[in-house]
Design a protein around this ligand. Sequence first.
Ligand SMILES: Nc1nc2c(ncn2[C@@H]2O[C@H](COP(=O)(O)OP(=O)(O)OP(=O)(O)O)[C@@H](O)[C@H]2O)c(=O)[nH]1
Ligand SMILES: [Mg+2]
Length: 199
Amino acid sequence: LVVQLLASPGAGKTTLLEVTASRLNGATMAVLVGDLATERDAERIRRVAPCIPLTTGGACHLEMSLVEAGFAKLDKAPVDFLFIEDVGNLVCPASHDVGQHERVTLLSVTEGDDKAGKYPKAFRTSQTLVISKIDLLPYVPFSMENAFDDARRIQPLLHVMRLSSLTGEGLDGWISFLTRRRDAMIARGDYVDASRQEG
Ligand SMILES: Nc1nc2c(ncn2[C@@H]2O[C@H](COP(=O)(O)OP(=O)(O)OP(=O)(O)O)[C@@H](O)[C@H]2O)c(=O)[nH]1
Ligand SMILES: [Mg+2]
């Protein structure tokens, strides 16, 4: 299952991938991670999962050609989940498909509950919204109800989850969501057996 993670800078994409790797219960994952100028996120993720950095050289989003080049560098052993962390940006990545089955937008509670309406394309083109950093809810003015209503006005079919990578709250739901989506993809036959590909 190919999952694209899209969010503002600092919303918690890399941290979520780090904790996901430790909770997959025997399933495997690899990551392609986009960044403007450094390999910092790749260095973090490599401690827990195979990861290829995609350095955009200043571009504010990933494009398919960069993703393909990164994918070619990954070990061709099949993995259950391929995550693509897009450049931290709630605007440009929404206009670029990267071969994902699932686009997951993260919205951290410190960003405010009004972002779906302000950055509608990210939410409209996503299948799933993850409200992240919910451990900080006692300290910031963020209405879960307002965030849900605003997002669902933009995309009524949006699947919404909330979690904290810090405390672990909501992570069981995240992992079971990923597993369900992967099972559904296999049932549809909508996957590539990379081990059978040449080159
Ligand atoms: N309190 C709290 N902090 C978190 C949580 N998840 C991530 N953080 C912190 O938020 C900051 C940014 O997290 P990252 O995972 O680097 O965010 P990112 O979205 O990958 O950032 P970019 O790649 O720069 O766009 C770090 O200081 C994390 O420790 C969380 O669930 N709760
Ligand atoms: Mg990151």
